[in-house]
Design a protein around this ligand. Structure first.
Ligand code: 4AD
Ligand code: MG
Length: 501
């Protein structure tokens, strides 16, 4: 709209008159003064309305305006440190565009289920707004990193005739009477493109029919996958650590306010610089089975219990306050805190229950299995930076991974575990480039060889050492923001048990 200023630009308009266009986020009145918080997509601004300045009629209209009504509002910009965003508007005029009443999401208490089933409206709230802006930066950083480093973007298909990972998690689609699948990975296709361009990447939605209700699994998620011809495992790890460090740096640069609002650990993100830790799978297994890990876990359990006690005390304290006579705003603030604390408590209870189970799984871990979620959590909790785990047992990993020529029991692969217990955000490998060995692996996995003929064919015409990896966007965002569940890290989540809209 002509003549409209954005909240984000207010710093350039101090003592000048501007008009904002947005929605009413919250309001509070003291009879003669009205404090309207307006959001315009770029931020929040407190707009102060004085009855004496705007007259009774407009004042009354604004005083009774419902949350999320749309309006334009005009006034003089004042710098004020105490105000949300550091600036406020001394209002001279306002124009209501469309009224809203009984908006279901109030700034006070709401549980996760309620918010998820009102996702179409919840997107306007502060938390998803902050996460959404960070997602925007992460995706921009992903493209920028590869574009600036000589990679060519190659779009992989979404409808696939073959499985890229495992047969169990395929979504089947009826394709004119024959089965096709939603893509699990673009990797196989962009391997062919890497033989054309050298360095390529694909970036798009991927699908896994995983019967997994953990907070790390979506059935539809976004993955970026670089693939490079003439690279070895050491080179691939370097690429991955530079890439992840760049994403962290960009989020710190562009979104420190949002990170702060979400309570993210900014110092920990600043610490994400190369080199990351490097462990082989066998070393990781030794750590899991060590005395040190058992001590670490029992100390952790003790910490969880202490924390639980503290939270329970605080909840009782707040509930006492709620029973007494307190101001409305304080009541709402307390109610929101209680909700947060209860959800933290649920989390802690689960951790307390799981701790002994995870300790046992770690102690009894047998070489040969893939690392489980809890094993990854333990390893990543014991490190303050991301950890590469390399050289997994062949039988635990996908058919396309290159067999280590020195130790053929393992493959030349890696998973990258984010720190602070978050777990895997990247999976990658050097690809089997020998025709016969690849064919043998495909047969061993009972995959239909004819479907993979074009893929095996790449090994017939000038095969070269090559490799790549896939980074899950939502897991990366969850790790950076400290969000508990990755469903909060995609605007319209799809999980096994629920699709909301
Ligand atoms: O480890 P994955 O399965 O690796 C591949 O798909 C390879 N083909 C990638 C490659 O080498 N080009 O998946 C890669 C990443 C995981 O580390 C994780 O971050 C994410 O994708 N991911 C999921 N994210 C959310 N929900 C799920 N169900 C996910 N499955 C994998
Ligand atoms: Mg993986």
């Amino acid at each position: 709209m002509k003549g409209v200023t954005k909240v984000l630009q207010l710093k350039d308009f101090v003592n000048k008159q501007v008009t904002l266009a947005g929605w009413l986020y919250n309001s509070r009145s003291s009879g003669k003064l009205l404090f309207l918080i307006v959001r315009d997509g770029t931020g929040l601004c407190q707009c102060v309305v004085e009855k004496a300045k705007v007259g009774d009629e407009l004042f009354n209209k604004l005083e009774h305006l419902g949350q999320e009504s749309s309006l334009t509002i005009t006034g003089t910009v004042r710098a004020d440190e105490r105000s949300i965003g550091g600036y406020e508007l001394a209002v001279t005029d306002a124009n209501i565009i469309a009224e809203s009443s009984d908006y279901p999401i109030t700034p006070k208490e709401h549980g996760t289920d309620f918010l998820m089933s009102n996702r179409h409206l919840y997107l306007r709230s502060q938390k998803p707004w902050c996460v959404g802006r960070i997602r925007h930066t992460v995706i921009d950083a992903v493209r920028r990193f590869f574009n600036d480093n000589g990679f060519i973007l190659v779009d992989a298909p979404i409808l696939m005739s073959l499985a890229g990972e495992d047969m169990q998690s395929l979504f089947e689609v009826d394709y004119f009477g024959r089965p096709m699948y939603l893509t699990q990975t673009g990797q196989l296709h962009i391997e062919s493109a890497a033989m054309s361009f050298g360095k390529v990447y694909c970036f798009g939605p991927t699908f896994r029919a995983e019967k997994s209700k953990t907070r790390r699994h979506l059935t539809e998620f976004w993955m970026v996958e670089p693939e490079v011809a003439f690279i070895d495992l050491a080179g691939l790890l370097e690429l991955a650590e530079n890439f992840v460090s760049y994403i962290g740096k960009r989020v710190i640069e562009d979104n420190s306010k949002e990170l702060q609002n979400l309570g993210a650990d900014i110092e920990a993100i600043k610490n994400v610089t190369p080199p990351f830790y490097r462990l082989t799978y066998s070393e990781a297994v030794d750590i899991l089975k060590s005395e040190k890990t058992q001590t670490f876990l029992s100390q952790q359990l003790y910490g969880f219990k202490e924390q639980k006690e503290k939270i329970e005390k605080r909840i009782i304290e707040l509930e006492e306050q709620q029973k007494g006579k307190i101001e409305q705003w304080k009541k709402e603030k307390n109610a929101a805190e209680i909700i947060d604390l209860r959800s933290e408590l649920d989390d802690l209870n689960a951790k307390i229950e799981n701790n002994p189970k995870h300790a046992r799984l770690a102690a009894e871990f047998n070489w040969g299995k893939d690392l489980g979620g809890s094993d990854e959590t333990i390893i990543s909790q014991m490190h303050d930076k991301p950890v590469f785990v390399t050289h997994y047992p062949k039988q635990a990993k996908a058919f396309y991974m290159k067999t280590d020529r020195i130790n053929p029991k393992v493959v030349e692969n890696f998973d990258l575990l984010a720190p602070a217990g978050f777990g895997e955000i990247i999976g990658g490998s050097i690809r089997e480039d020998d025709y016969d060995m690849l064919l043998k692996r495909i047969e061993e996995e009972n995959l239909t060889v004819v479907n993979y003929q074009w893929y095996i064919d790449l090994r017939r015409y000038g095969s070269v050492p090559h490799g790549g990896f896939g980074l899950g966007i939502e897991r990366t965002i969850a790790w950076l923001t400290g969000e508990r569940h990755i469903r909060q890290c995609i605007p319209f989540p799809r999980t096994m048990d629920k699709v909301y809209m």
